[in-house]
Design a binder for this molecule. Sequence first.
Ligand code: SF4
Length: 376
Amino acid sequence: MRVLTEKDIKLNQLKQYQSLSLRGKVRLTEMRIHEWHEAFEGMVYIAISGADSCCMADIIWKLYPNTPAVFADTGNELDSVRANIDEMIRCGRPIEIVYPKMSFDDVVKKYGYPVVSKKVSDYVNRVRRTKSDQVKRRHLLGQNADGSPSPMSKIPNKWQKLIDAPFDVTNKCCGILKCKPTGEYAKRTGRKAFVGTMADESFTRLNSYLNHGGCNAFDQKDQCSRPIMFWLGQDVMEYARENFVRLPRAYAEEESPNYWVFQREQEDGTWRYCGDQRTGCKFCLFGIHLEKGENRIQRLARVEPDSYRHCIEGLRYDVVMDELGVEWKPVREEERIIFKKLIDEAGRRYDGELLTHGCASEAHNDTDEALKTTED
Ligand code: SF4
């Protein structure tokens, strides 16, 4: 019989927590919040942005109404996300807005585009910059120096074409636009963060839960509490419905003037937001290849036409998304007509010139230095 490791036990415990009712999960979340708040004698803050962190903040503010929150305005937010934060501030919520030193456009021009995933962007970047055959073997063939297999280090075959793309890609964008400004706030105030992430969202987050003390990561370099780590996406939706949590309009659809519907029950009993399912940065290309139906860039043509024009014309997303094999032309005929000239000219305008200049290793080394304490 196999002896259970500490990680196995934690994983089993996580599964039990994930199967609790929403009421049970809220009670457990409250316990984790109390633990964190007491451990740092109230010197804590909330990192706030989308639906998950808004629900987490709602629970924290019911227990500790004066807990400050921080919103990192990347300059790449949907208008409705920023409007939601402004409205919360008007209603008296203690939210401070922090800003990065670089704009998203400058990050793209200097370092490249955030595409596919942090991991794939990182590996592609390394191969583009390295002279080492060993690094190339690791990321192109998935082999260690001694020839043993290292499949997790391999760039999937599908994405190896990015190594020769006419633009660079980067995994540093979040660090520059989000982590650094928030990290500076934490340093300035000495406060420790509450973050609304969930283990269910990614392998990295699951691993972080299993390896760093569950919800309250006291042993992590950047200590933080993740009090809804054992929640699932459906729990957040249920909590938002039951507690009338204020969410950005991007999640909703306007049914009639002044009447917005945020969620609808599906045939299988699960719920979906009527609008965007997530409200990350509007120009982010991480994970866009996995979106079904109208993707976030196509949606911009409908909800923020100026932003759509900017990313196609100014940032050349037509070239980048063609390379990714992801559609960028609007779904609906109405927007295809509005943007006809831009669509027609897109192919003709591109002459094969490099879109970014991020291949210079000095640029990446500068960022490595600047981000020393900010990577999540
Ligand atoms: S979510 Fe995407 S666009 Fe936004 S900061 Fe992170 S990598 Fe950049």
